[in-house]
Design a binder for this molecule. Structure first.
Ligand code: FAD
Length: 246
């Protein structure tokens, strides 16, 4: 793959993350279908329409009593664009997840960098395990934007200089910061997604509160919106039972 000529490479700054649902086979009937083999043997794929109230009750029972495996017979693939530091946290989720990320060895990494917007609370108060984030001052906001963009541009110039001198991409990338955007496909099932959401989002229904970094939470919230539409009964049962993965 050939790189874009250096003169055409324009740095840009973002404050958001992108999450697209690129493919899926996921529905509430997948849960029912898998669960009912326990008591009734082979099932038809259209389980939901048989008795909607009973189906709802069964999904809630499975969630409440933590019968988790029926929630694994489905698949969702997301295309995610977010800063590298988000992906470092994301890829700690090992079970029920598959990842493929763009390569810094085979292509030039584009100069797209993260700068928090004014919604992102900048100041941490309290101690680890018991802290809150509060708004920064306007001066802190301006400082953060200025210092980050200066550092990013400086780092990218160093990267570019090495590439122009013929240094391999895999070596030159060492100077790039974790605020650089990357992209990946991430495939999961409803059970592994629920575990992720329980840890990486804050929600008033959560039985066990978590304190995720805001930027991975932004990714989680977008995945959650997609999933809620695909599996509304499972999603409702997840919330009703304290947002713990079964
Ligand atoms: C708010 C927050 C702060 C964090 N801070 C840090 C930090 O400072 N440093 C740091 O290194 N990480 C940190 N993490 C990452 C955290 O420790 C987990 O690695 C991450 O949340 C993935 O969770 P998991 O292992 O449960 O998920 P998965 O890897 O998807 O595993 C799912 C479940 O499978 C089981 N499982 C998986 N692997 C094993 C195994 N080897 N042995 C036994 N059971 C297993 C467990 O029940 C586990 O919950 C943080 C996470 C959060 C949410």
């Amino acid at each position: 793959m050939s790189d874009t000529p250096a003169e055409n490479v324009k740095p840009s700054f973002r404050s958001d993350v992108t999450v697209e649902l690129v493919k899926h086979t996921a529905g509430d009937s997948d849960v029912l279908w898998a669960a009912r083999v326990s008591t009734a043997g082979e099932q038809s794929l259209d389980e939901l329409s048989k008795d909607p109230e009973r189906s709802k009750g069964l999904i809630n029972y499975l969630m409440r009593d933590r019968h988790g495996s029926p929630f694994e017979h489905n698949s969702m693939t997301f295309f995610i664009s977010a800063p590298i530091f988000v992906f470092r946290e994301f890829m700690r989720h090992r079970v029920g997840w598959s990842y493929n990320e763009e390569s810094g060895r085979y292509r030039r990494l584009e100069p797209v960098f993260y700068i928090p917007d004014e919604e992102r609370k900048l100041v941490q108060e309290g101690r680890p395990g018991k802290y809150v984030f509060v708004e920064g001052t306007q001066a802190q906001q301006e400082l953060t934007g200025r210092v980050m963009s200066d550092a990013y541009l400086h780092a990218y110039e160093a990267y570019q200089e090495m590439l122009d001198a013929g240094v391999a991409r895999e070596v030159a990338r060492s100077v790039l910061p974790v605020g650089l955007y990357s992209s990946m496909y991430a495939t999961c099932n409803a059970r592994s997604l629920m575990h992720f959401l329980g840890l990486r989002t804050q929600h008033h229904d959560a039985k066990v509160p978590s304190f995720p970094q805001r930027e991975i939470e932004m990714v989680g919230e977008k995945m959650e919106q997609h999933w809620a539409k695909l599996m509304p009964l499972t999603y409702a049962a997840f919330n009703a039972n304290g947002r713990m993965a079964p």
